[in-house]
Write a protein that binds this ligand. Sequence first.
Ligand code: SF4
Ligand code: SF4
Ligand code: SF4
Length: 351
Amino acid sequence: MSISRRKFLGLIGSAGVGTAVSNSVFAASNKHFTGYPESFAVLHDSVRCVGCRQCEEACNKVNDLPEPDQPFSDASVLDKKRRTTAKAYTVVNRHDRAKDGIAPVFNKTQCNHCLEPACASACFVKAFKKTKTGAVTYDASVCVGCRYCMMACPFDIPAYEYDNALSPKVVKCTMCQPRILEGKLPGCVESCPREALVFGKRDDLIKIARNRIARYPKNYVDHIYGEHEMGGTSWMYLSGVAFQKIGMREDLGIKPAPELTSGALSVVPMVAALWPVLLTGVYAITKRKEKIENEEKNQAVNSAIKATKAVAELKIGEALAKAEKEQEEIVEKAVKSAVDNAVKANTEEAA
Ligand code: SF4
Ligand code: SF4
Ligand code: SF4
């Protein structure tokens, strides 16, 4: 596989990347973390992005997601603002900037793989982990489906498989962790025809981004989004217009999530300890509900049987009465006919 150096910085020659990073993880739950200096990251340059959505298509393919309702080549999809879903781990949105006298700007959204993720802070069973590669991973086997991670994420990223009735999971971009561990590029980065996405060591990407801003000051705002937001993220962005104008939050500050939520998190051990009790309560309520539902169902069936029986009895009664009446009329007729015949016979004999 030939990989463009501009798309793949820092990893070239690191054949042992998988073994180097696979076992070590950091659960950014309750303590301050300054980031893995050697971790990987992605830089999205919205000045280069043309909104072709090939990154979306590649993401769909590498994650084996269902086909979208409209094909990836259908540009009308960009007429509406979209967010990530259980079937689309990344979306590209178009921001019309005619007011600024410039062409539309496209930005790509997916999990930002925060250095200190709010999702991990909020998850008391530690389903989310910041790993040494830079990816924030999710372990469905321990997830209890409380969806606190979805509420906690400042970027509104994790989605839930509401359509999956049996084993719904929280889903989001994986940063293509399995591919990274194999020494490959994330699917979206590999597919981008404009090199609007670059993968490499986070520190190197920050240098590249600074260099672009310095060389083309007219093309870029002097800000690398994600360098410091929420304590820093592993996906970073460059833009030619204020980030807020392309749908990105500029009100988040630079404090990492665990610092912001440390007060709230002090209740987590209590919640964790109470969880089995809560689950038992929920189970009992569910069972009670089921019992009531069953009782109600039985009652309804019994009432229906009774009603049907009553109607049937009434109909049978009516039918019997009718039959009885008809029978009486037949007998009456027969008797009358017999009496008539007898009278006639007597009259004939007498004559
Ligand atoms: S593939 Fe590259 S140019 Fe195309 S939409 Fe995605 S990031 Fe933009
Ligand atoms: S962007 Fe949201 S889901 Fe992704 S790591 Fe950060 S807090 Fe978690
Ligand atoms: S890194 Fe992988 S999972 Fe994340 S948006 Fe790109 S292709 Fe999708």
